[in-house]
Design a protein around this ligand. Structure first.
Ligand code: NCD
Length: 330
């Protein structure tokens, strides 16, 4: 079941042993070969998505529910496109239009969705742990599209695929993640993913936005952005997540940009061919200058969006193999 351009097919077991999980809630705890398997599976979808006819009907007849309790543009659209390109019926439940606003509990919502016989659910929720709670109550695979400050596993995977396509192997790479590490599920998923794959990860933030236990995640914390950038192969910038901040975490956006904004001058401290990444949405002129975000040959920001669709196709395909009784997975 691996794609013809699977560069690591010898590194993981055959059939369902390559990815034994029912759900995709977190990248923490996955084995390197489980991650590599999903990255390899995505390669065929990168190719398909570049064709004029972008359709494979392997999920025909399946229903996928995207239940988004928190706003999203690119992640929702990306999952919707992914499901549709694989032939599934995709239904979006957006919280502004749902009974959740009327006070329905999370578990009641989960039970309602379950009764509709979805074949997979993609869930985004503002509370860390909410997606796992729903997964425990429903009968189908659940994919976490971001839960609070916990994880955003498909973002971690799409970032890893973007890096692999530009830089090859992860061992020997130095990757600097800078921004609001404290509130970022993207940072957490990337840290787990990239350290598991063997990269050296540096995280950089103002002291108020650095988690206290960060060293337990096998990364090096930096408070000086210039030092964190020195010799980096990849620079990943994160948004200041104001909506998760209660109180004053940074002095002012101007001061923040001065100390932690990625400018062309700052980028020159990283390697000459360092890749620039951002998961979006970007605050241009705060954490990243426009001339860096749009830098030809260096910015991978649109490549990240492209890889996102392919990764989500891979995850939806792999997680529904059991119910589709695919050979080796039944
Ligand atoms: C991120 C998210 O929602 O966690 N965005 C995304 O999924 N592309 C990051 C963010 O909101 O800053």
């Amino acid at each position: 079941m691996t794609s013809p351009n699977a560069p690591h097919a010898d590194r993981y077991p055959a059939g369902s042993a390559a990815f034994p999980q029912r759900d995709l809630i977190a990248l923490a705890g996955l084995a390197p070969w489980e991650i590599l398997f999903l990255l390899d599976e995505a390669e065929q979808w990168v190719e398909l998505n570049r064709q004029p006819h972008k359709r494979d009907d392997r999920l025909a007849g399946l229903t996928i529910i995207n239940a988004f309790f928190e706003n999203s543009t690119r992640t929702l659209l990306s999952f919707e496109i992914a499901g549709k390109r694989l032939g599934a019926d995709v239904v979006n439940m957006l919280v502004a239009q749902s009974s959740v606003k009327k006070g329905e509990t999370l578990i009641d919502t989960a039970m309602t969705l379950n009764a509709m016989h979805a074949d997979a659910m993609v869930i985004r929720h503002q509370s860390s742990g909410a997606v796992r709670l729903i997964a425990e109550k429903v009968d189908c695979p659940v994919l976490n599209a971001g839960d609070g400050q916990h994880e955003h596993p498909t973002q971690g995977l799409l970032d890893a695929l973007t890096i692999r396509k530009a830089k090859g192997e992860f061992a020997g790479l130095t990757i600097t993640i800078c921004g609001d590490i404290l509130h970022s599920r993207v940072a957490r998923s990337n840290i787990h993913c990239l350290t598991t794959l063997g990269a050296e990860v540096r995280v950089c933030a103002p002291p108020a936005l650095m988690p206290a236990d960060i060293e337990a995640l096998k990364v090096r914390p930096y408070y000086d952005f210039d030092a964190a950038l020195a010799g980096a192969d990849v620079v990943m910038m994160l948004r200041l997540q104001q909506e998760r901040m209660s109180g004053q975490f940074i002095p002012s956006p101007r001061e923040y940009r001065h100390l932690y904004g990625l400018t062309l001058d700052r980028l020159a401290r990283a390697k000459g061919d360092a890749l620039v990444m951002h998961p979006g949405p970007m605050n241009r002129g705060i954490e990243i200058d426009s001339n860096v975000a749009d830098l030809p040959g260096r910015s991978a920001i649109t490549a990240q969006v492209e890889m996102g669709v392919a990764i989500r196709m891979a995850c939806l395909d792999v997680l529904t193999r059991r119910s589709r009784k695919v050979e080796g997975w039944a």
